[in-house]
Ligand binder design. Structure first.
Ligand SMILES: NC(=O)c1ccc[n+]([C@@H]2O[C@H](COP(=O)([O-])OP(=O)(O)OC[C@H]3O[C@@H](n4cnc5c(N)ncnc54)[C@H](O)[C@@H]3O)[C@@H](O)[C@H]2O)c1
Ligand SMILES: [Zn+2]
Length: 350
């Protein structure tokens, strides 16, 4: 088992983390242990976790981004209250990013905050959502518009959960994993370029490297006042597409898929500023488009702008980006004009 310990959180990684979880629960003597899951993690992951726990209360919610709302949080609060969860209760979030975002928020606010742990079961949640202490929900379709900063007590990464993950979800996680290379570690990026993610035999190693990058950035800047903003590369334009797609598409873009659109467009902005070369820009585009199908809808630019103006990173009405200063290094707080943004999106579709 590997461990990444920072001042704020502890991550356990490997095949024997569930034994570790069981030990930690005994040491902590929580008054009650609740496990939040959706129908897929209940089917695929809960049977693997259950033998390690005693006397737990399952709470089930429906899978999918559409569940990441205050109504679902209320369901969780009610389930906690009806089962007499006191301030010494624990909530374990067993699932993908939707579960850890929502469960973390519910736990951080119930009785002014109870402890929670994350057991991510998707690639995206392992390398990104479950680590870093950002908990939140969507508001009227606006991504992560309401939330808090609060770290889980502990995070347990058990890669075997990925065995049942559909390919599309695996790819989805690869988007954020790749982002970590682009913004922080050029060697890691080059390793990824050579990797076929469908048969990556070294997936565990890639996951571990990616988590280390995220954990290091988060522990330097837990409240996102500086360097942590670099994790938002691809997310200004990506979130606008994601929001649009959630409202309009029968089968909405997944978070990672939307971030891929954003990373290609924002790589264009980086090239436009002279920070990465034309060749690097095309390498980034080819890398993603050979793994992710192109989004067929073309949302109206003005609508996307409205979503971008609502982005949390903005200040004084300017749309703020985290771009690539070079491969392996980000530059935060960059303003770009509407015309540049339009060009950047056109580059994605070209
Ligand atoms: N808080 C953060 O820092 C942060 C960072 C990145 C993303 N996010 C958020 O994470 C969310 C996306 O997370 P996600 O992609 O994990 O989505 P998700 O939680 O919706 O999971 C994707 C799907 O996989 C299913 N699933 C989960 N584990 C499975 C398993 N082991 N086997 C089979 N099926 C399984 C789920 O039921 C769901 O249908 C978005 O809401 C995004 O905003 C948050
Ligand atoms: Zn993301």
């Amino acid at each position: 088992m590997k461990e990444i310990f920072t001042k704020e959180f502890r991550i356990f990684f490997g095949e024997d983390v569930l034994e570790q979880l069981a030990e930690n629960l005994i040491e902590n003597a929580y008054s009650k242990v609740f496990v939040l899951m959706d129908e897929n993690t209940e089917k695929h992951c809960w049977p693997m976790l259950k033998p390690y726990l005693v006397d737990t209360f399952p709470i089930r919610i429906q899978s999918g981004e559409a569940s990441k709302t205050i109504q679902t949080v209320q369901q969780v609060w009610t389930a906690l209250q009806e089962n007499f969860a006191d301030r010494h209760a624990l909530l374990i979030n067993l699932g993908g990013g939707v579960l850890s975002d929502l469960g973390g928020f519910a736990a951080a606010t119930y009785k002014r905050g109870i402890h929670f742990m994350n057991i991510p079961t998707t690639l995206l949640a392992m390398v990104d959502a479950a680590v870093g202490g950002k908990q939140g929900i969507d508001l009227d379709g606006h991504k992560n518009a309401v939330g808090v900063f609060k770290h889980p007590q502990e995070i347990f990464i058990y890669p075997a959960f990925l065995n049942t993950l559909p390919d599309v979800e695996r790819r989805n996680g690869f988007a954020e994993l790749s982002k970590h290379g682009l913004i922080k570690d050029s060697d890691f990026w080059l390793e990824l370029v050579k990797t076929d993610e469908k048969k990556a035999e070294n997936l565990d190693k890639l996951i571990y490297k990616s988590i280390k990058i995220k954990a290091a950035i988060v522990s330097k800047d837990p409240l996102e006042e500086g360097i942590r903003k670099s994790l938002n590369f691809g997310h200004t334009i990506g979130h606008a597409f994601e929001t649009h797609s959630l409202i309009h598409d029968e089968k909405p873009l997944k978070h990672g898929e939307a971030v891929v659109i954003g990373m290609i467009a924002e790589a264009w902005l980086s090239k436009n500023l002279g920070w990465i070369s034309e060749k690097e820009l095309h390498a980034i585009k080819n890398y993603f488009l050979s793994r992710f199908p192109k989004y067929s809808a073309q949302p109206d630019f003005e609508t996307l702008l409205v979503y971008m103006r609502n982005d949390k990173k903005n200040r004084n009405g300017q749309i703020n980006f985290s771009l690539l200063k070079k491969i392996g290094k980000a530059k935060i707080d960059v303003n770009c004009s509407e015309e540049e943004i339009q060009h950047a999106i056109a580059f994605y579709y070209s």
